[in-house]
Design a protein around this ligand. Structure first.
Ligand code: 7PJ
Length: 261
């Protein structure tokens, strides 16, 4: 899964055409590099980030989704927590809902269920503005797993098919470095639930904490945790560096094929 941010600070400010042009070029590049899904996001969920209004988020993502889906044959996911954005994005061509809030917003489960597309449920403690202040868990792995299983049950009760549910521990979302490392080790417990596990650690601050490197210098760290995540049962990797991650995946798959006979 390649990350395609369409927040105003992530693309040139030269109006709608330039934004669409940039997004299309980046999308084509990631597809050529081997992405199987592109994740389109219009709201920054970085620690400390302020919320964006629903209409503004729709105006950012819907034209980009429409442009990509009419020109490039790749599944698109919409990274949002807002039911109105989910409806607009799926209407424009998105075929997966990726919600860092695990469909906890009012009307989100109902919207996702009515749209009939797969959903990725992510764990987050707190909310983006304050989540890194003092994250606390007794046993982070079992607490995250129990939360995700409960959210999956709520989705199924609302009519989402079991096979349309993915889960994600939410690396960096209300977690210290120790919590993130424990979740990385605990991925097999998430995989044991039977739901496909998505892991998103690309360039995140946990890698900065381990290596001391700035965000633009975390490629090697990102690839190292990508391999660890694959070995521990992750099925989908959400990444910025598609070409390099694809190589990791191919090496892992070649090795795994031998192990499986
Ligand atoms: C994640 C996400 C993640 C899922 C972001 C960033 C922050 N969606 N959206 N999982 N992270 N499912 O990319 O650094 O880890 S935004």
């Amino acid at each position: 899964m390649g990350i395609l941010n369409v927040t105003p600070d992530s693309f040139s400010d030269g109006g709608l055409f330039n934004r669409l042009d940039d997004a299309l070029r980046r999308a084509e590049q990631m597809v050529a590099q081997g992405a199987g899904i592109l994740d389109v996001g219009g709201e920054t969920t970085r620690p400390g980030a302020q919320a964006v209004g629903e209409q503004e988020e729709i105006e950012r993502v819907a034209p980009v989704i429409e442009a990509i889906s009419t020109r490039i044959g790749i599944p698109l996911s919409i990274d949002t927590s807002k039911p109105g954005v989910m409806r607009a994005a799926v209407g424009a061509g998105a075929s997966l809902i990726n919600d860092v809030n695990a469909l906890r917003a009012d009307g989100a489960i109902e919207a996702a269920s009515a749209l009939g597309v797969p959903v990725c449920l992510m764990h987050m403690q707190g909310e983006p503005r304050t989540m890194q202040h003092a994250p606390r868990y007794t046993d982070v792995v079992s607490e995250v797993r129990d939360f995700l299983v409960a959210r999956a049950a709520a989705c199924m009760a609302a009519g989402v098919a079991r096979e349309d549910i993915w889960i994600d521990p939410g690396f960096g979302f209300g977690k210290t470095l120790q919590h993130n490392l424990q979740l990385l080790r605990g991925l097999p417990l998430l995989a044991q639930t039977g739901f496909p596990v998505l892991a998103g650690m690309s360039r995140k601050s946990m890698l900065g904490a381990v290596t001391g490197r700035a965000v633009g210098e975390r490629l090697a760290g990102s690839l190292a945790v990508a391999l660890l995540a694959l070995q521990r049962g992750a099925l989908i990797l959400r990444v910025h560096d598609v070409a390099e991650t694809r190589d990791v995946l191919q090496v892992w798959a070649a090795d795994a094929a031998l192990a499986d006979g």
